[in-house]
Design a protein around this ligand. Structure first.
Ligand code: GLC
Length: 505
């Protein structure tokens, strides 16, 4: 690697001043063989600092799992949003600042760092772009993440840290891969950095008007073909073209996105670049989601003794003003209330379902018409439906642990983490066979599945689960198998490790 060569050369020079040459050479050689590969994650969010969804959890837990293998020097870079809690901010170290050029712009970029669980995090500071509530949804998101991506490339000389693999996640980091292979490709230190691009959700591609190509994104004529797609700029397409490899967050989704049904228009690009695509199933933080230790639960339990799950259930019923009935199954959904999560199926048959002896608990925010639908229904069926139109992590854990069946009928689901979390708490998923749901839930082993995106197929399987629920002995075995399914990062971190090493061959 030239990147490591150049730093090694520098290290040799400095050491040579104080030590005899022969010793230095030996030291450098042994350092070289034991050297950890350098991985830089570029992402728009990461737990524990800032999270709006599954992406943050993956960045926060995969990075730690990779660092724990001791084979990688793992660092993560995200923007310094004002929503990052003060308890963390106060611990960050200010490393310095530089200016970042982007077309005619010249913007301040401060760098903060923080080390946690073997991973070094860097935070890109610019108050004009990131001192705003939330992470996304602004008119200038394109400019904000162009600045962020450009800052990541400028961060490298600032730190003298040139990664072996720059692992970019989702469209917000796509420009880092694009700049690496265009504007920066003539600078020697950058030439040996391999780029991996991971698609967490193909729905969000970073599409902009072509008018912004030079003026905003600083991409000039000869590179236009890389990012141009359907008469627009498409940053996800650009990253797929530029990276050495790209991946999705489950093997099934990697297959699905070759199909127009799932690809949101990008299927021709995916098919053309299929030779560099792979799918690796996400894991979850199995220490953070542990029913024996989770302090958010009304009571703790283990996969060997679920008896306290009954307390979690009755306390949840009390909290949500539902009748306390141990034998009535609780079906829960913790989800963004948007169409692709399968909400259309649910709204179609929920009143039919509510005729049965069942309680339904909904938690999440999203499209106004779904929020209104569930709030209205909760008024009509106060004893059977609880609609909680909020995002509340404490309540989500109480729901995961206190319910019996977890519904996730997504139309598409790149990976999905909730079905895995539900399993960890002995709550049995009912899922549609798509993406990571297909890869993580095996019918009757750790959950129930249905194939077609059809409301009555879903209702049929829910009723099968509710009927099986009455057989306490068999249900307990199912809970045990679900709770002991290995969703830790151990397998997937190995797959990423193998992918990185393969890219570096
Ligand atoms: C996105 C996907 C979800 C996945 C998560 C983490 O939010 O929609 O399926 O689990 O990213 O990769």
């Amino acid at each position: 690697m030239a990147a490591s060569k150049s730093t090694t050369a520098k290290a040799t020079k400095t050491t040579a001043k104080t030590k005899p040459v022969s010793k230095t050479v030996k030291k450098t050689e042994s350092k070289k063989t034991n050297e950890k590969k350098r991985i830089l994650f570029v992402a728009s969010e990461s737990t524990p600092f800032i999270a709006t969804g599954g992406l943050a959890e993956v960045i926060g837990s995969l990075s730690v799992a990779l660092a724990a293998t001791d084979k990688f020097d793992v660092r993560v870079v995200i923007p310094l949003y004002s929503d990052i809690k003060k308890e963390y901010r106060d611990k960050f170290t200010y490393l310095g600042n530089f200016y970042v050029h982007l077309a005619w712009r010249n913007q301040y970029c401060g760098i903060f760092s923080y080390e946690k669980d073997g991973v070094i995090y860097y935070f890109i500071d610019n108050e004009f772009y990131f001192k705003r509530p939330g992470c996304y949804g602004y008119y200038d998101d394109g400019e904000r993440f162009a600045f962020f991506s450009r800052s990541v490339l400028e961060l490298m000389p600032f730190l003298n840290f040139y990664p072996d693999v720059m692992h970019c996640h989702d469209w917000q980091a796509a420009l880092a891969a694009i700049y690496l292979k265009t504007n920066y490709c003539f600078r020697e230190e950058y030439q040996y950095i391999r780029a991996l691009f991971t698609i967490h959700n193909i729905e969000y591609q970073g599409q902009y008007s072509l008018d912004l190509l030079c003026d905003l994104f600083d991409i000039y004529g000869e590179y236009r073909y890389l990012v141009e797609y359907n008469n627009s700029i498409n940053l996800m397409k650009g990253a797929i073209e530029c990276c050495e490899r790209f991946s999705t967050v489950s093997p099934r989704y990697a297959q699905e996105i070759k199909d127009p049904y799932y690809a949101h228009g990008l299927d021709p690009i995916i098919r053309n670049n299929e030779f560099k695509l792979c799918g690796i199933l996400n894991g979850i933080d199995d220490v953070g989601y542990n029913c024996a230790l989770d302090s958010h639960l009304f009571a703790n339990f283990t996969s060997d003794d679920f008896s306290n799950k009954a307390i979690c259930k009755s306390e949840l019923q009390k909290m949500l003003n539902l009748p306390v009935k141990q034998d009535t199954p609780i079906i829960s959904m913790v989800s963004r209330l948007v169409s692709h999560k399968g909400l259309d199926l649910v709204t179609n048959v929920i009143e039919e379902l509510l005729q049965d002896d069942v309680q339904v608990v909904i938690l999440g925010t999203g499209d106004a018409h779904f929020e209104g639908f569930f709030s209205g229904l909760a008024k009509k069926y106060p004893d059977k439906l609880s609609a909680n139109i909020v995002f509340n992590s404490d309540l989500s854990r109480k729901i995961y642990s206190g319910s019996d069946i977890f519904l996730m009928p997504s139309k598409s689901e790149p990976c999905g983490l909730s079905q895995m979390i539900a399993c960890r708490y002995g709550t049995i998923p009912v899922v549609r066979e798509t993406g990571g749901l297909f890869d993580s839930i095996q019918p009757l082993h750790n959950g129930y599945t249905f194939t077609n995106y059809n409301a009555h197929d879903m209702l049929y399987v829910i009723r099968q689960a509710m009927s099986d629920y009455k057989n306490k002995t068999e249900w307990a075995k199912l809970m045990y198998r679900a709770a002991t399914t290995d969703f830790s990062w151990s397998h997937s971190a190995k797959d990423y490790a193998a992918l990185y090493l393969d890219m570096l061959k």
